[in-house]
Design a protein around this ligand. Structure first.
Ligand SMILES: NC(=O)c1ccc[n+]([C@@H]2O[C@H](COP(=O)([O-])OP(=O)(O)OC[C@H]3O[C@@H](n4cnc5c(N)ncnc54)[C@H](O)[C@@H]3O)[C@@H](O)[C@H]2O)c1
Ligand SMILES: [Zn+2]
Length: 358
């Protein structure tokens, strides 16, 4: 098992290894010794696979355990689900020392974190991410929240977990398309800050093993450790997303617009991959990057089964980006990678962005 320390407003550990689901109770007990009750928040796909094991592990450590199982999918990432969690905790008479344990993909970790951030003005949460995307990204860093009919992630809170437990064996049961989608965020770290990870990922791709990576848990664990360390570094520097943390949005500015325009029929990771591809084309055209670098970026994305293009027009991309909550004032912060392993934040007016994308 590997332990990675994240230094934020509260420090916490990320545990990564095989089989941790069955010993999660012991690790949680070590860091939260006063807690008596735990609410496990999970979805209808993950519950039959892992809920019983997490529950038993917690019960062995003396926790009294309740659960809240929601129907899998982004549609349930809403206030009704949160109200359901609040109700269970109120009925079970949770106190400030009791805890929420989120178990599942990014939807479960975002919601479990938000329910914990708000119940009794904030109780502790432990994140047990089970999707690649949640292990590499969503469960780390304390961003929690829900969607509104008006837009994704519009309501939320920063609430750092007390511990994150990543059992890499869980990746074996992920549907392959969900795994591929998560790879978009993994590849993103390589481009924005981790040349070494880029080397590892391209070596796997060159040996023709990219599409069977899901079966190689040992290699995946190493890759995941790199991603967690990368995210930890960014969070430590900029917990509240005012500066460097924005580099994690690489591919997301245009990706979010494509995702919204598809009415969320296209998966998030697929849209991020397209966004990274489109920005790469624009950088190349503006002579900001070499043809070699552009080719390396797009080849790696494609090698892992993800797209690099989309028919969206520059006009639609810019008007969509202007509606994004992440823009500040009249400018859009675009994340550019002109050299693999280095990202820069470039503020652009809508006119400049249009010119850049045309
Ligand atoms: N808080 C953050 O910093 C942050 C960052 C990125 C994304 N997110 C959020 O994360 C969400 C997307 O996360 P996601 O892609 O994990 O979605 P998800 O939670 O919907 O999980 C994807 C699918 O995989 C299933 N699943 C998860 N783990 C499984 C396993 N081990 N075996 C079998 N099936 C499994 C789920 O039931 C679901 O059907 C979005 O809501 C997004 O806004 C948050
Ligand atoms: Zn993302």
């Amino acid at each position: 098992m590997d332990r990675i320390n994240i230094q934020a407003s509260t420090d916490y550990e990320v545990l990564i290894g095989k089989g941790l689901i069955d010993s999660c109770g012991t690790h949680i007990r070590e860091c939260l010794f006063r807690a008596q009750k735990a609410l496990i928040v999970t979805d209808s796909n993950v519950a039959p696979l892992y809920l019983g094991r997490v529950k038993s592990s917690l019960e062995r450590e003396g926790f009294s355990v309740s659960d809240y199982v929601f129907e899998a999918g982004e549609e349930k990432k809403n206030i009704d689900s949160i109200a359901g969690m609040w109700a269970v905790m109120a009925e079970e008479e949770f106190t400030r020392t009791d805890i929420v344990v989120s178990l599942g993909g990014g939807v479960a970790t975002d919601m479990g974190g938000f329910a914990a951030a708000t119940f009794l003005r904030g109780i502790k949460v432990v994140q047990i991410p089970t999707s690649l995307l949640a292990m590499a990204d969503a469960a780390l860093g304390g961003k929690t929240g829900i969607d509104l009919p008006q837009g994704k992630n519009l309501v939320g809170a920063f609430h750092q977990p007390s511990m994150v437990i990543e059992d890499t064996d869980c990746l074996a049961t992920l549907p392959s398309e969900v795994f591929t989608e998560g790879m978009a965020e993994v590849i993103k770290y390589a481009f924005i800050m981790d040349k070494e990870l880029y080397g590892v990922l391209s070596e796997i791709a060159d040996s023709g093993k990219a599409m069977s990576l899901q079966e190689d848990i040992d290699t995946l664990t190493k890759i995941l450790i790199s991603c967690v360390k990368d995210k930890a570094e960014v969070i430590t520097e900029d917990e509240k997303d005012n500066g460097r943390r924005q580099i994690l949005n690489y591919g997301h500015t245009i990706g979010h617009v494509i995702e919204r325009n598809s009415n969320f029929t296209l998966a998030h990771g697929v849209c991020v991959a397209k966004g990274m591809g489109i920005i790469t084309d624009a950088c190349l055209k503006s002579s900001m990057m070499s043809a070699d670098t552009a080719e390396s970026i797009k080849d790696l994305i494609k090698a892992y089964g993800l797209p690099t293009e989309d028919p969206i027009t520059p006009e639609d991309a810019v008007s969509g980006a202007m509606n994004d909550k992440k823009k500040r004032g009249d400018t859009i912060s675009l994340i550019l990678v002109n050299e693999i392993g280095k990202a820069e934040i470039k503020k652009m007016t809508p006119e400049e962005l249009l010119e850049f994308l045309r």
